[in-house]
Design a protein around this ligand. Structure first.
Ligand SMILES: *Cc1c(COP(=O)(O)O)cnc(C)c1O
Length: 454
């Protein structure tokens, strides 16, 4: 691969397989990787990447794969998007770091201005910037505790909030996120989530009953007056793309408001156009007190934020928030480029169009294959939950086999879910419709093949 090879939007938008997946050069690199990279860092698809852009990822063997993963919902604007590259490159030449807490720079402020403008609600807002989603969630909890002078934090079944000590405690799933890594942070309480597909009395009762159960548990087991924050993903990501039915989130938000609890929406996976709105909370007009963001924010560079009501954000004393790299100038420049791209190319609209193409096609698949328990999602955050036919029992094995079959055909797909039985699709929002349909063809063929074998 020549040193002049570029990724970005000019990369040929085609699937091209020239070797088996992974090819010989990737396999060689994977051996090198295994010798020096810790086993705890896993690999979904062991092809080593040289270029990426638009809807494709190119590997060292010259294969071009269709991207339905966006590096886990990060490169929504496409890899190496032009405005991201231009802004970041220009910033790289001027200076790479000063530490915003030592000597500040404008781009950090500009990102916070945009976060104030774009996140739900028109109240006075402030932000603080960090490096990762987990760090943003940790800081949102710190801020809520400082503001309320309370300690308890309430989270939900199937929730995912990160891999640091506090966020492991907030995360529901043991394997692989928590097993053997305790003890975990105290004063974390988990309550039921509205999961319509699995709700015992059916999806129609789910919103109301789940909210009532969650609120009752908070009141009876914790005491509302002890709760600093409720932290919830408006659509759960790692837990299985679980979308609570209409009415659930407003009920929880209302309860928080009535009891002086800081309502924190973790929009790290759902934010920045992914669900067809700027934020998933917009769908029902929810106005969280604090919003955590990361993944889609900076076009692939590490940047995260906590944004919220100015009086809450200001509760933490000077020096209590921050970090050496938080809001790095190159990452902030990239974010400004990514946000410009989202606006200029109407990426909320692009996400809705992706959903309009994917949902009906996957719906047709669900009619053909009894292994598809449910197709769900909003915008470009779409999932298929796989079950043993005639039941709601998870089929994690089939899920893994279908993902693997897609990978072998040059389609990057991810899985998720508490029971490991959800295929999830997170294409870059700039993906072409032809690639999107080709990816769906591959998924269809994978179902044909893998269910015939079973
Ligand atoms: C990915 C994710 C996180 C953690 O973000 P990192 O950048 O991996 O630390 C937290 N919350 C949600 C909802 C996420 O999807």
């Amino acid at each position: 691969m020549s040193a002049l090879a570029h990724g970005g939007p000019t990369l040929a938008q085609e699937r091209r397989l020239v070797t088996e997946i992974p090819g010989p050069l990737s396999r060689e690199l994977f051996e090198r990787r295994n010798a020096v990279v810790a086993n705890g860092v896993s690999t979904t698809l062991p092809v080593f990447v040289t270029q990426a852009g638009g809807g494709v990822v190119v590997d060292v063997d010259g294969n071009s794969l269709i991207d339905f993963g966006s590096g886990i919902a990060v490169t929504s604007v496409g890899n190496s998007a032009e405005a991201v590259v231009n802004r970041a490159a220009e910033q790289l030449r001027r200076f790479t770091h000063t530490c915003f807490m030592v000597t500040p720079y404008e781009s950090y402020v500009a990102v916070c201005e945009q976060l104030a403008e774009l996140t739900p609600g028109d109240h006075a807002k402030k932000s603080a910037l960090f490096n990762s989603g987990a760090e943003a969630v940790e800081n949102a909890v710190k801020i809520a505790r400082a503001y309320t002078k309370r300690q308890a934090v309430v989270v939900f079944d199937h929730g995912y909030h990160g891999r640091t000590n506090l966020t492991m405690a907030l995360t529901a799933k043991n394997m692989p996120y928590k097993d053997g890594f305790g003890p975990f942070a105290p004063e974390v309480y988990r309550v039921p989530m509205a999961y319509p597909f699995h709700w015992p009395t059916g999806p129609d009762n789910c919103a109301e009953e789940a909210a009532a159960q969650a609120i009752s548990q908070i009141e009876k087991q914790v005491g509302a007056k002890n709760v600093a924050a409720v932290v919830i993903e408006p659509i759960q990501g790692e837990g299985g793309f679980i979308e609570p039915p209409l009415g659930f989130l407003p009920r929880i938000a209302e309860f928080c408001k009535a009891n002086g609890i800081v309502f924190i929406a973790d929009e790290i996976q759902t934010g920045f156009c992914r669900t067809g709105d700027w934020f998933a909370c917009d769908h029902e007009g929810i106005v969280p007190d604090l919003v955590t963001t990361a993944k889609g924010l900076a076009g692939g560079l590490p940047l995260a934020g906590v944004t919220g009501r100015a009086e809450i954000m200001d509760a933490a004393h000077a020096g209590g928030l921050g970090g050496t790299y938080g809001g790095n100038p190159v990452a902030c420049a990239a974010a400004l480029g990514a946000l410009d791209t989202m606006r200029a190319q109407d990426l909320p609209g692009a996400a809705r169009r992706i959903g309009e193409i994917m949902l009906p096609r996957l719906g047709k698949l669900a009619e053909r294959f009894a292994q598809i328990g449910e197709v769900r999602g909003r915008g470009a955050m779409i999932a298929v939950e796989l079950v043993k036919p005639g039941t709601k029992d998870a089929d994690a094995d089939l899920t893994a086999r279908i993902a693997k079959a897609c990978h072998a055909q040059g389609l990057i797909v991810l899985t998720c879910g508490t029971y490991g039985n959800v295929l999830r699709f997170l294409p870059p929002l700039v993906i072409g419709e032809d690639l999107l349909n080709e990816g769906l063809d591959i998924i269809e063929a994978a179902f044909e093949r893998e269910t015939a074998q079973a």
